[in-house]
Design a protein around this ligand. Structure first.
Ligand code: PLP
Length: 416
């Protein structure tokens, strides 16, 4: 059997059927911003491997960090042991995330970091004598991962997890935030939080950009509103920065657009520059102290691969590389190139909206896209895109030149 037959027979793909029905492209290697296919074609990666590969592929500094760490140890259990790569990364995360976040739990995927953030909040309230505060609130249109608690705060009408409605915890949903600041929406949030405060443990949102739930952007002023309301009604605030973190929106973290510190923040994806699977839930001393004061004074969570030294080393190298570059200028340049290139989609029949923020560009259509047709058109134009629902979008690596961004936007517009 050839590779694709074996793939279809045995390998699950994200949101895929079994046996497989699609014909995935076979990637043999990747370099810079290009994926090299087994048939010799090269595609500019307009997706940064789902927000992650901000520096592109085969980055010399990241390769070196991994080689260096491999010469010491690839993995060691984290229970009862510690190591320099984990400690160094934790200190860096504390230094660069919003002031007041101090304690880092290293998780092995974004979804797990969201689970851990939720667990921290539920355990906090249990420990401080409010065990009835177990419910979560969120705004519609969000996406927080595919494990059970994260699924319960994904948009219930987004379709992704509607199958599980019966078995998921019943959370509180408020409408999606309007793009512009709207006082009547703030009033709606306040009314909902006030009414349910006694049972709410935490509010969880994706700040500024709702990603996989619909690629919507909203005014950062809502983050200050959430901070104020959560403090007033004794609800913890979780920011899920798994997609937005590490510069994507034009600030290092989306929370920085509003200067707001949540009680817990999740990061992942671009944390390792897309090299290895690693995420983190980072909390304030208040949350940690609350948990420690309880009858079970520990956070009962400890994955086998927690704090993997390879992943921690490459994450530190990726952050160092990002900060050593004028990344804001790169993201700003990409933002301008996206605006210029996607302007051609405005006023086209069937296009509902075109929007750009930082290194994120979105064409929203009136109807759902034909994914395979759009993907194929983009591939023929030498670009890798992964549209979903009514969205054709890109979040390119920060090292893309203006010309490469131009090819991506041309492929997006050309696929219409
Ligand atoms: N949260 C957000 C905002 C995400 O975009 C994602 C992934 O797309 C996740 C959580 C889940 O992360 P992972 O796929 O690493 O489990």
């Amino acid at each position: 059997m050839d590779l694709l037959e074996l793939d279809r027979a045995h390998v699950w793909h994200p949101y895929g059927p079994m046996p497989g029905r699609m014909t995935p492209l076979v990637v043999e290697s990747a370099q810079g911003v290009r994926l090299k296919l087994a048939d010799g074609r090269e595609l500019i990666d307009g997706m940064s491997s789902w927000w992650a590969a901000i520096h592109g592929y085969r980055v010399p500094q990241l390769d070196a960090a991994l080689r260096d760490q491999m010469g010491r140890m690839s993995h060691v259990m984290f229970g009862g042991l510690t190591h320099e790569p984990a400690v160094r990364l934790a200190k860096t995360l504390v230094d660069i995330t919003p002031a007041g976040l101090e304690h880092v739990f290293l998780a092995d995927s974004g979804s797990v970091s969201v689970e851990v953030a939720i667990k921290m909040c539920l355990q906090y309230w249990r420990s401080v004598g409010r065990p009835e505060k177990t419910r979560l609130a969120t705004w519609r249109g969000g996406y927080h991962g595919d494990t059970f608690h994260p699924m319960s705060v994904c948009d219930p009408e987004g379709g992704m997890h509607s199958l599980w409605g019966q078995v998921l915890p019943r959370q509180l949903f408020v409408g999606p935030p309007p793009a512009a600041f709207d006082q009547s929406y703030v009033d709606e949030l306040e009314e909902a939080f006030a009414r349910h405060a006694s049972e709410l443990a935490a509010v969880i949102v994706e700040p500024v950009v709702q990603g996989a739930g619909g690629m919507r952007f909203h005014d950062p002023g809502y983050l200050s509103v959430l901070r104020r309301l959560c403090s007033a009604y004794q609800i913890l605030l979780i920011f899920d920065e798994i997609a937005t973190g590490f510069g994507r929106t034009g600030e290092l973290f989306a929370a920085d657009h509003a200067g707001v510190t949540p009680d817990v923040m999740c990061v992942g994806k671009a944390l390792t520059g897309g090299y290895l699977t690693l995420a983190a839930a980072i909390c304030t001393p208040e949350v940690a102290r609350g948990i420690s004061a309880g009858e079970v004074p520990v956070l009962a969570h400890g994955p086998t691969f927690m704090g993997n030294p390879l992943a921690c080393s490459v994450a530190s190298a990726s952050i160092e590389l990002l900060l050593s570059r004028d990344w804001k200028a790169d993201v700003g340049r990409i933002e301008s190139a996206l605006r210029e290139g996607l302007a051609a989609a405005e006023n086209r029949p069937g296009v509902r909206d075109v929007r750009v923020l930082g290194a994120i560009g979105v064409i929203q259509l009136e109807q759902d896209v034909d994914v395979s047709r759009v993907t194929q058109a983009a591939v023929e134009a030498g670009v890798w895109l992964r549209p979903f629902r009514d969205l054709i979008y890109t979040m390119p690596p920060f090292i893309c030149t203006d010309e490469e961004v131009g090819l991506i936007t041309k492929a997006m517009v050309g696929s219409l």
